[in-house]
Design a protein around this ligand. Structure first.
Ligand SMILES: Cc1ncc(COP(=O)(O)O)c(C=O)c1O
Length: 392
């Protein structure tokens, strides 16, 4: 499987998957194929245009298989941030003063600020779900008090990109749906690490970025086609009014869409499996999860054993991402020292600014973040631990 990642040949230990993974060979091949061949704008009139139509269809069906949605419900966009701005703006057109949205302080700012800004323009109240700083959990019970018949949207992360917490999204969605609120789930950090079923999550909208799961820099927001039909985004007069095209501005990036399909094919083949692509994805991602969780347990235990490392509290069973500080060293300095040893980690708040603000760590540089993705090895976890030991 590591041979499927040509960039690993550079020799770095990539514990920075939470910020973006390396691109799988199949994904890169898809991009190269479109760039090197004749692909025109979408038309049924000639072969190169029909190829473009096929690429878009294939991209939608690949993402649908990855997360358990419907191909016609897959909207592509430049990034999860851009898509969340699009959806929040579009939904906000129907909000009235006195309506409410419920956000969480565990979320990446991409699932916070677009809603805050849309709410401010519409005279809508923002209500906040708080995480428990001692455990890193997002308690569900608080949602009973936060959600009311005035709630229009509950935006919550599928998993924290800072500390890996996986909130109980189905339980939160049940409370939201009982109040007829829509649930917008940021699946960016969760999708790379386990099988996803948007319906089981109770996500009305589920956003995910391909560059976090071995693909290119493009994102998708998945919803029921009937739900997309209910809203009218800003759009050009001659552009398609159908769903999902109505939500996609301008000409699609056909090369990146081919890269998305390649990445999904890659994820469907991490372990030998048979059946439909969806079934193979479920088997592969379950295997990836088991492998990553094993490595992650060793990483966290190793950090604890080193002594002098402060780990941000996180509940067990989350995505394999840990935030920590090495003594009183600035996190940015730790990341540089590790970088000098060929180990890639990020430092800062990784845009989870509400989290770090609440933890009182934002002004002092946040924390170092190490994450596990399926191409990391036990040896690389050992390299990371040895390097952290040397920076103390
Ligand atoms: C949890 C989470 N949500 C949203 C984003 C933003 O994604 P994008 O870069 O596609 O806008 C990120 C990026 O790091 C993330 O980790």
């Amino acid at each position: 499987m590591r041979a499927e990642y040509p960039a690993l040949r550079e020799g770095y230990a990539h514990s920075d998957g939470a910020a973006g993974t390396l691109v799988a060979a199949r994904s890169a091949a898809g991009i190269a194929e479109v760039s090197g061949g004749a692909v025109a704008n979408k038309t049924t009139a000639f072969a190169a245009g029909r190829r473009a139509l096929g690429i878009v269809e294939q991209g939608r069906s690949a993402v649908a298989d990855l997360v358990g949605g419907e191909a016609r419900g897959v909207v592509f966009g430049q990034s999860a941030t851009a898509l969340t701005y699009l959806v929040s703006r579009t939904l906000a057109a129907g909000w009235r003063p006195g309506d409410e949205v419920v956000l969480s302080r565990l979320d990446h700012d991409a699932n916070v600020r677009p809603w805050v800004q849309a709410a401010a323009r519409a005279g809508v109240t923002v209500r906040w779900a708080e995480f428990d700083p001692a455990t890193g959990e997002l308690p569900v019970e608080q949602y009973w008090n936060l959600i009311s018949d005035r709630t229009r949207v509950v935006a919550v992360t599928g998993a924290s990109n800072a500390i890996g917490t996986i909130p109980d999204v189905p339980a939160i969605a049940d409370i939201a749906h009982a109040a007829r609120a829509l649930v917008y789930v940021d699946g960016v950090h969760r999708t790379p690490h386990e099988p996803i079923d948007v319906r089981a999550l109770g996500a009305d909208f589920y956003v995910t970025s391909a560059y976090k799961w071995s693909g290119p820099h493009i994102a998708a927001c998945v919803a029921d086609p009937g739900l997309w039909e209910r809203f009218r985004p800003d759009k050009l007069v001659p552009s398609p009014d159908d769903v999902p095209e109505r939500y996609e501005h301008g000409t699609q990036s056909f090369e990146l869409l081919a890269g998305v399909t390649g990445a999904v094919e890659h994820l469907a083949a991490l372990v030998p499996a048979t059946g439909t692509r969806r079934e193979r994805i479920l088997a592969s991602m379950a295997a990836a999860k088991a492998y990553e969780q094993d490595l992650f347990a060793r990483l966290v235990q190793g950090l604890r054993d080193l002594g002098g490392i402060q780990l941000c509290p996180a509940p067990a069973g989350g995505c394999p991402t840990v935030a920590f500080r090495v003594g009183d060293q600035l996190p940015g300095r730790t990341a540089e020292l590790l970088g000098d040893e060929g180990i890639c980690v990020f430092a800062g708040d990784y845009y989870a600014c509400e989290y770090f603000q609440t933890m009182g760590l934002r002004e002092t540089g946040g924390a170092v973040r190490a994450s596990i993705y399926h191409y990391l090895t036990l040896d690389e976890v050992g390299r990371l631990l040895d390097a952290v030991k040397r920076c103390r």
